[in-house]
Design a protein. Sequence first.
Length: 260
Amino acid sequence: MRLIDTHCHLAHDRLRKQMQAVLARAQDAGVTQVICAAGNVDESKAALAVARREDGVFCTAGVHPHDARSAAAGYLGAIEDLAADPNTAAIGEIGLDYHYDYSPRDDQRRVFAEQLDLAGRLGKPVVIHTREALADTMAILAESGVDGRRVVFHSFTEGPEEARGVLDLGATISFSGIVTFRRADELRRAAQLVPDDRILIETDAPFLSPEPVRGMRTNEPANVAHVAGRLAELRGITLERFAELTTSNAERLFGLPAGA
């Protein structure tokens, strides 16, 4: 069985300081490839450094909505340079976050649109973060002209109606440990209707530890097996079959080595 954690933050201090042990545990759990996500230029550089150094690790490059206000002049050129590296699998995580509003919404929307334009020019997949901002996220995506089939909504937290809207764009939906939480019934209903060829799994480590290890302070890629197991059960298929589906989806969408 092969699993891919399509979104985690390996360059985060809580994981970086125990990198080799974290990756060894991932291998033991069947996780053969990992995508190290980033949220600003410095994090993107750190993520790329990890991807260059560690076998089976790839990365993203992008500016998260929380950091939109501090996106300095020239940030887009820096992201473009990082995206040119073959270890960079996608532009992300980018999008809108109206829950915290750490950056003014105008800045969030501008930086999101600029990075979508970059992704379109480069032909790179896009990893979307959206929180309490789905309508604006969808509108900006539609205006961007980015092919929905190249878009992933990471750590999806919405219900069936919102999932249908995302799927209508042609996008892929990724589920984190939140789908295992006891009160996530609406999210599980959404997960049941996602087609087999448009579902991914992730940990968002070191955050969002899934059941049955939700008390684990530092989540890690090995725990994507718990996410996969819960979703396989929910969809009425074997874990092995679900792993095969999601791994194939990740390899295709992000251009990862097949069978690695």
